[in-house]
Design a protein around this ligand. Structure first.
Ligand code: NAG
Ligand code: NAG
Ligand code: NAG
Ligand code: NAG
Ligand code: NAG
Length: 289
């Protein structure tokens, strides 16, 4: 619920010129038209959705799920549940005004390349991808939501480009096969909702999570990984609502500062190697070492 609300908030914040996006029928510019022809073929959307069948122009209203702005640039690609079986081509990044792409619940495979400089919302859950390009976030500084849940992604979380990358609000990558550390550049984002739980590989996400102390996270689910080290002091995240760090290898004391989080609804620290007293609880954890 929280993340949906947040997504809506960010949508309102960053999709200001909504009137730009309402054009239903216009003429595509030559660049986007060429790129969309490549996409139609690579995504298998020419067959599955008939893209290009009635008209070569993706902006004339005949391409299912495509919305353009008044200048003939593609701004939305909405193709959830569409039976797509191909992969995302590198050319996708040529769509210079693309703001949102929804490709949930298809059978897309291959690597996820960098997708476009103006993308704000990316939703790729329930697919059969391989990996996310390490360059993924490099040219996408204004992404505020990336969801790729159960998308078969193998490999590390792509590095964020430090200070350039300020808007990411929601990161949902649970149920993949991610491994390696959380990039320290997390600390310089405005990330609010982080769901990286239940990675499926033998090697899961690991290493320390200290960089989370400097963020504005309100929803944090890291359960079912191999994170180590202490629970960071999260007292500055005063809006924090949800913390699930269960089934990891965290050690040390449970920080008493958790008590200062008055909005906290869920705190699950079970299945770690913590010691000390749980805030608010009488129960004591026994130190394992
Ligand atoms: C995409 O952009 C590249 C680099 O600007 C260009 O070489 C290529 O022809 C473009 N592809 C399409 C399909 O327009
Ligand atoms: C696409 O699917 C996702 C996940 O089921 C959902 O959250 C989103 O609202 C859908 N988007 C559209 C535009 O249908
Ligand atoms: C996913 O798509 C298939 C058809 O392609 C559909 O039967 C199924 O209900 C969809 N699942 C969700 C969660 O939308
Ligand atoms: C976060 O933790 C690091 C490492 O423990 C520490 O250097 C830094 O001062 C902390 N930052 C905040 C805002 O608490
Ligand atoms: C806490 O986490 C454990 C392990 O992930 C899980 O089995 C349990 O159901 C969770 N407890 C609650 C109250 O959600």
């Amino acid at each position: 619920m929280g993340s949906i609300w947040l997504a809506i908030t960010f949508l309102l914040m960053f999709q200001l010129p909504a009137s730009m996006f309402v054009a239903r029928s216009t003429k595509a510019n030559a660049g986007d038209m060429a790129t969309m022809r490549v996409l139609a073929q690579f995504l298998g959307a020419d067959r599955a959705l008939g893209w290009g069948r009635a008209s070569p122009d993706p902006c004339d209203g005949s391409w299912l799920g495509i919305t353009c702005d008044a200048s003939g640039y593609v701004v939305y690609i909405i193709a959830n549940n569409s039976g797509l079986t191909g992969h995302l081509p590198r050319e996708t990044r040529n769509l210079s005004m693309l703001a949102a792409i929804y490709l949930n619940n298809n059978s897309l495979s291959g690597d996820v390349p960098p997708l476009g400089p103006n993308l704000m919302e990316i939703s790729l859950s329930y697919n059969r991808f391989m990996s996310i390009s390490p360059e993924f976030f490099k040219d996408m500084e204004i992404v505020f939501s990336l969801s790729a849940v159960n998308a078969n992604i193998i490999g590390p979380i792509p590095e964020f480009v430090g200070d350039h990358f300020k808007y990411l609000g929601t990161l949902k990558l649970q149920g993949n096969s991610l491994f390696g550390h959380i990039p320290t550049s997390f600390a310089s984002t405005r990330i609010r909702s982080v769901q990286l739980q239940d990675q499926r590989g033998l090697d899961k996400l690991s290493g320390p999570i200290f960089m989370l102390n400097a963020t504005n996270i309100v929803y944090l689910d890291l359960h079912g990984n191999q994170f180590t080290g202490p629970i960071p002091n999260l007292a500055s995240n005063i809006e924090m609502e949800y913390i699930d760090l269960s089934k990891n290898a965290l050690t040390g004391d449970v920080p008493q500062s958790l008590m200062q989080l008055h909005h906290l609804r869920v705190l699950n620290l079970s299945d770690n190697s913590l010691c000390g007293q749980l805030p608010k609880f009488i129960k004591k954890y026994d130190c394992k070492d």
